[in-house]
Structures are given as C-alpha cells and as structure tokens.
Write a protein that binds this ligand. Sequence first.
Ligand code: ATP
Length: 522
Amino acid sequence: MTQEELFKKLIAHCKEYGYIFPSSEIYDGLGAVYDYGQNGVELKNNIKRYWWEAMVKLHENIVGIDSAIFMHPKIWEASGHVGAFNDPLIDNKDSKKRYRADVLIEDYMAKIEEKIEKETSKGQKKFGEAFDPAQFRATNPNVLRLVEKIDTVKQRMKEALNSGDLDALRNLIIDCEIACPISGTRNWTEVRQFNLMFSTQMGSVSSDTNQIYLRPETAQGIFVNFLNVQKTGRMKIPFGIAQIGKAFRNEIVARQFIFRMREFEQMEMQFFVRPGEETKWYDYWKNARMNWHRSLGFGNEKYRFHDHEKLAHYAKAAADVEFNFPFGFKEVEGIHSRSDFDLGNHQKFSGKKIQYFDPDTGENYVPYVVETSIGVDRMVLLVLSASYSEETVTKENGETDERVVLRIPPMLAPVKFAVLPLVKKDGMPEKAREIMNMLKFEYNSQYDEKDTIGKRYRRQDAIGTPFCITIDKQTLDDNTVTIRHRDSMQQERVAVAALAQTLDKLVNMKYALQNLNPEKYK
Ligand code: ATP
C-alpha cells in the first residue's frame, strides 16, 4: 500500500469511527473546515491536556490565560499581520488552480530529495553490508549533482522570499520547469501577495472604522495581557504565559485533510526573558518540546528539526519540529525567538509603557520572547497517522483474520477501556455494569454486549481502545476479570479488587508527565 493510499484510508477511517467529519457535510462541505466527532473530541481534549499540564503544571513559572478571539484592530497593525501576513500566490491559467508559489518550489525540491533517496537505496542494494550512506551521499556524482540543484533552488527561494521579490519567485518556478499537477502546463500568472486574515464588521453599522479580524494566531492575546498577568500574578522574569484557542487563516491551498485548515486550534506559550538570554531559552525550549513529542513513543526517527529558510517578520531565529506524516516530513510545531518585536510594537502603537522592572539588575526593559507554537489539529493528525495500522492476526484456531487498529498511546485514547460481558445472561451484564460504575468516575469507558466477543474486540481496536475488560463465568466464581491488551492482544487475569490500580498504571497521564522532567534541559 502506498503512503497516499494509506492516507486515504485513514481519512475514511476517521469518518467511519466518529473521529473527524467534513464540516456542513449535508450541504456538501465547506473547504478546509472540519468537525470533530465523539472520539475525535476526546482525543483532541487529551492532547490539549497533555500539553497544558506539561506547560502549566510542570513549570512553576508558567501560567495560562484564555483571551478573546476578537481583538482591537490596531493589534494586527502592531503585530505586522496587516502589512506582512501574506502568502505569495500563483495561478495556473489552464487549470485555474491556485497555488502557494513557495509550496510549489518546496514540492519540487522534495521530488529531487526522493530521487536522492532512490539513488541511495540502489547503492545500498549494490554494496550490501559495506554500504556507508553518508559517504555515498558525499561522493556519488549523481547524488552530488542533485544536492547541488536543491541547494541552488533553496538559496534562490530564500533570497526571493526575504526580499519580497515576487518576479524572482516566478522566474524560479519557470526555470525549474514546474508544471501544474492538474493541467500539466507551465502557463503561470504573475505571483501576487495574498493576506491570510479573515475580516468582519463589529457593531451594527458597516464601515471601515469598525472592521475587525478573526485572530490568525493566539499569541497576540498573550502579548497584550503581558502586564495584566505579570502584575496580578507577581511573575518574575523568566516566566511564560500559555494559551489554547482557535485561530483562523484564509489559506490559499487548503489540503491534506486537517493538516491545513481555515479554522484551527493552536497551543501557544510565550516565554518572557531578559534580553541577552534568549539563545539559552531558545535552546531550552527546542529540547523540551522535542522531548515532549518523543515521549509519545512513535519513534525518534519520525521527528526532526528544520531551521527556517525565511524568517517571519518578527523572528530572530526559528525552527520547526517536523514529523514524518504519510505525505512526508512536515511542520507540526514552531519554536521562535521573537526578540522584543511584539511587546515593543504594542508599546509604540498603544502609547502605553510595556516594561518590566528587573529587581535582580535594577533595570527597566522590554522583555524578549521565545515562543512555542503548536497546532492541535496537526497533533491529532500526527497521532492518528502514527497509530493507524492494518494487521493480519492468527486466531486461536489457527485461522487468520484482518484487523484495523489505532495504536494510540493509552493516555490519549478517547475510550480507555471497554467493559464486555462474555454473554448476555447468567448475571454477567449486571457484574459488568457494577465494574463500569466503579471505574467511570476516573476514565472514559464503554459498555458493549452486542455481537460475539471477537467482533467487539475489533470494534474497540478500530477506535483505539487500549484495554478490554471481559466478564466471564470465572468472574462470577472468583471475582476476577480478564484485561485484553489492544497492541499485543494478550490477556491477563486480574482481581476486581486490584482493577482500578492496575488500570491506573496503564492509562494515567501523570506517569508520562513525571517522565518529562523539564528540569533536565536547563
Ligand atoms: P505553515 O508553514 O504550515 O503554513 P506556519 O509556519 O504558518 O505553518 P505558524 O504560524 O508557526 O505556522 O503556526 C504555528 C502552528 O500552528 C503550526 O506549527 C501548525 O501546527 C499550526 N497551524 C498553522 N496554520 C495551520 C492551519 N492552517 N491549519 C492547521 N494548523 C495550522
């Protein structure tokens, strides 16, 4: 199965099992807007909790807020979004399809990278055990030529983006002979800038003066509350403010399911530091955030850092955490060193002094900011795509069977366990209900008595329930149940009296939080 087929299957699975639905589906949907179903919302809430607790609970000097989506329009002038939150877009005149010019070029470079991979695996086959991939990449003439090609294109793109030279960007597309994937032609329009903010009117009268924006990021709500939180919380630098909330961007090319949406959710944390200490904290947050990602256990090789070619209008340094999605390595989180750009500009635009008196140095200054910014929906997609697995299993009688299983880390799974009476009689349903009632205050659980036990296990596998508790005849005799593990399909017998404690060890988020130990990155 190709990665593309796998991705299509995942999207269908998400719909079939109540994770994600296209928005307004009975009206044929709305571009790049999605709704979360009964399982999707639980997964999303668990991801948000894991992030929030890793930030706010584990760091004494980080607190949270929840600011409004609507904000004073001047904020977006101060932040630079009115002037510079643009994407360069280009249309193909034959297919009438619109693309982001930089994405077309990035896809072109990814194709060359694929060629390099192919050459490398050919070399691997040829030389067998003795093969050294690093040496091969450094010496093979074909590979060297391709690497040089990527470097040249990357350099030209960087220069064009940084200087805002739209003609140079178009020329690069022409020189690389990039064709529209739909029409196959190279009949391109000029490149134009397109502002990504949605605007609307506030109040009953429509005029330019009451035009407001739907926030394109949550960060500005934190900056404009810097003094409120610092003063009322008696916060001392360095300290952070965290927030989870909706953001809106009128993305030109919305594709890849919930990877790029027009309405999405962010989890952002701005960390305010003494000027001069930003590099130390930038490194700290890069490490701490990578550690958080890796703690989910999907495999360290699935993650990498990508340093930005083009720095956003506010940034001093920026790196993305990238994950190997079914469509390749893509950004899931950004870590940005933003200098005093935001607080400094809000000071200028609002006319209010936004400074911090540092009792340790006796100085007043505008703090510097290091931010971590992650998309909740991209995390949901990351977890689902890393968890989705199609397997052939051998049953006890030797026959084989297919199963689709979501190997979601138990602490994030929407339903933690299913309680299943083996048959619908002999007092088993009553016993099962008793166990449900004992556990339901701690964790989400599901009761299911319909169909054979095998079918019920498959249903739970498909939604990613990590444990099934089965009540059988022996339960009624000795008050023990079986716990069936989703991933290994092994079963163990546990006394009902020990059930709550056993399950707690398997699903409680606190153990993962204990292992994060953010102190070690200082
Ligand atoms: P991209 O380059 O993919 O457009 P970005 O660099 O503009 O992303 P940031 O502004 O750094 O993204 O936003 C921080 C995070 O918010 C991203 O890492 C991503 O996880 C998430 N995010 C941004 N745009 C979207 C979107 N349209 N849909 C879903 N998540 C998004």
